[in-house]
Design a protein around this ligand. Sequence first.
Ligand SMILES: [Zn+2]
Length: 98
Amino acid sequence: MKLPKELHEKKELGSTTGKNKSCTIGGCKKLAIRSLSESKWKDYLKKASLKYVENRAKKIYLCKEHYKDVKKEKQKDEKYAQKKGFLDDVAPFRRDGF
Ligand SMILES: [Zn+2]
């Protein structure tokens, strides 16, 4: 009997073929659903106060939950960037979440 790969975090170091990456966030051992480029996303991880374990591939692998957190940060950022562009036109004075 063999254990499923994702239970063996250590195997990740050896195999780069894989679909079965685990989340790179420290302490999180869930299966990653996303692989993101480190240079693009590390700032958002920082904003979400998540610490990831660096790897040689310069990739960040995130499980569903952590991806959600980070995506939230990214969207905030994009909203902000958009706002700057639209400033003269619309004055969005909404503070209620959306
Ligand atoms: Zn995670």
